[in-house]
Design a protein around this ligand. Structure first.
Ligand code: PAF
Length: 281
């Protein structure tokens, strides 16, 4: 695996590479990331990964400083996964001067995770657009665990007419259902055994909606109450439309998703479950 930190060196290495598939990450790679790399291989000839902890997407009270940085271990895992090139820029490589031009997002930037992490999606969209311009891939993969991020990046790519296929990949979970995340490392052993409750609650909401329950507000309120009772601090539990994450309309035949973000100790966990009409609703 080639490793480059400079934009020029990466661009030179990417000449005449056939179809390039790109998987951007912030490093501290786990099995969920490696599944993305493996899936990427089936979408093109050259798999490019990036590792960059992007300051622009962290708010002042977010965990930018303590976000785990494990580049050597990440290189070993990417190399074992058959990744062809790794782009691992320093901040000086990617932001040689303060970034003053940003992607402007629609209202979704202020909803769900956007409400609780102001500026987060603006920072994500800006760095991903910049990485897309550097790597110029034909396809890019993102995990469905960050559902709102995937929706924002898919719609940005579509509306800005970028010639890139944005592919969403299924969430990889531990045996007890907890979605794999770098932030799981912040959980104490007791919190770790409590953490799968989030997924169980979302599954229960999904089953209720598929069974015909239409009072989404009640389902959301009950979920928050249960999480509160078990020591969580919840930002939101919300049933939304899959394609734009807006409130569901009156029709019963929509593809929905239930999303949640909640804090357990010092870890802020997010998760979601898709609710497809084909599943019987
Ligand atoms: O999902 C992530 O790891 C990050 O938000 C991303 C897409 C790499 C942008 O920094």
């Amino acid at each position: 695996m080639q490793i480059h930190s400079s934009i020029l060196a990466l661009r030179a290495a990417l000449e005449k590479r056939g179809r390039v598939v790109f998987v951007p990450t912030m490093g501290n790679l786990h099995a969920g990331h490696i599944a993305l790399m493996t899936e990427a291989r089936s979408h093109g000839d050259t798999v490019v990964a990036s590792v960059f902890v992007n300051r622009l997407q962290f708010g002042p009270s977010d965990d930018f400083g303590r976000y785990p940085r494990t580049l050597q271990a990440d290189c070993d895992k990417l190399s074992a996964a058959g990744v062809d090139l790794l782009f691992a820029p320093t901040e000086a490589d990617l932001y040689p001067e303060p970034q003053q031009y940003f992607v402007e997002l629609p209202g979704i930037e202020h909803q769900l995770d956007g409400e609780f992490r102001p500026g987060h999606f603006r920072g994500v969209a800006t760095v991903v657009l910049k990485l897309f311009n550097i790597v110029q891939p034909q396809a890019a993969l993102f995990g469905k665990k960050d559902y709102q991020q995937l929706m924002v990046l898919r719609n940005m790519t579509h509306q800005l007419a970028l010639p890139i296929a944005v592919i969403g990949s299924e969430t990889v979970r531990a045996d007890d259902g907890l979605a794999l995340s770098s932030r799981n490392a912040y959980l104490s052993p007791t919190e770790r055994s409590e953490a799968p409750r989030l997924q169980r609650i979302l599954q229960r909401i999904s089953a209720a909606v598929q069974g015909g329950e239409a009072d989404f507000s009640r389902l959301e309120r009950d979920a928050v109450a249960e999480l509160d009772h078990h020591g969580w601090q919840t930002d939101y539990v919300a049933v939304r439309r899959q394609d734009d994450l807006q409130l569901p309309g009156p029709s019963g035949k929509q593809a929905l998703v239930v999303l949640a973000a909640s804090r357990l100790g010092s870890a802020r966990l997010i998760d979601n479950v898709e609710i497809n009409p084909a599943n019987g609703r």
